[in-house]
Design a protein around this ligand. Structure first.
Ligand code: URA
Length: 217
């Protein structure tokens, strides 16, 4: 896996990351969603540098210009519900992309810290020979990402896979490393040290789905 850790270099991205972590700023869910979206835009811009391009001739009012455009065979796959603002951010830039949605949630059968990942809803185009952007805002244990990959593999063999994450744990990244093809890229804004006993990223930001859309029962 080829890892691109964007916060290794300081940029305006730091502002968006620090706002989504900050308990005071988090009270504004509109700002939280918009910051995740902005992070999606930055990650999308960075990953666009690795894609293949084709040549076009553009007519301007004053002449012609040869331009290179990214291939349009992109499928953007996001995990419901927390992945929606990240999906929107990527879609703002990859506006020609097809979309796939999958639901994956943690089920705690014994009401303790142990959980299994349940994948239920899945709507996807074929991914055969396409570039798949797999968006998961919080790469915590990595289990949901691997379950989603197992499900999406049934839709074909992707040409390239780019995992897009906002915050990840070292443990989660270690877990997914050998579960994807070797040439898979991971585009991640921030990497945190650890997980708590419930599998939440520490310091992380809390529950991304709840912060974006409200608490659930
Ligand atoms: N999902 C979240 O929203 N936050 C975490 O820290 C882990 C999983």
């Amino acid at each position: 896996m080829i890892i691109h850790h964007l916060q290794e270099k300081n940029s305006i991205l730091n502002k968006f990351i620090s706002e989504i972590r900050d308990v005071n700023v988090q009270k504004d869910s509109l700002r939280f969603r918009r910051n995740i979206e902005r992070i999606g835009e930055v990650l999308g811009y960075e990953l666009s540098k690795e894609l293949s391009y084709f040549n076009v001739s553009v007519n301007t009012p004053l002449g012609n210009k040869e331009e290179e455009l990214p291939n349009k065979d992109v499928v953007l796959c996001s995990i419901l519900r927390a992945g929606l603002p990240l999906h929107q951010g990527l879609l703002n830039y990859f506006d020609d992309a097809e979309s796939a949605f999958i639901s994956a949630y943690r089920h705690h059968p014994n009401n303790d810290a142990a959980f299994e990942i349940i994948v239920e809803y899945f709507a996807s185009p074929s991914i055969e020979n396409k570039i798949v952007l797999l968006a998961d805002p919080m790469l915590a244990t990595g289990q949901s990402l691997v379950s989603v990959y197992e499900a999406i593999k049934k839709q074909g063999v992707a040409k390239e896979i780019h995992i897009v994450a906002v915050i990840g744990s070292k443990e989660g990244i270690e877990f997914i490393k050998d579960k994807f093809p070797k040439n898979t890229h991971l585009w991640i804004a921030a990497i945190d040290a650890t997980l708590d006993s419930r599998g939440y990223i520490v310091p992380g930001l809390g529950d991304a789905g709840d912060l974006a859309f409200g608490t659930k029962l």
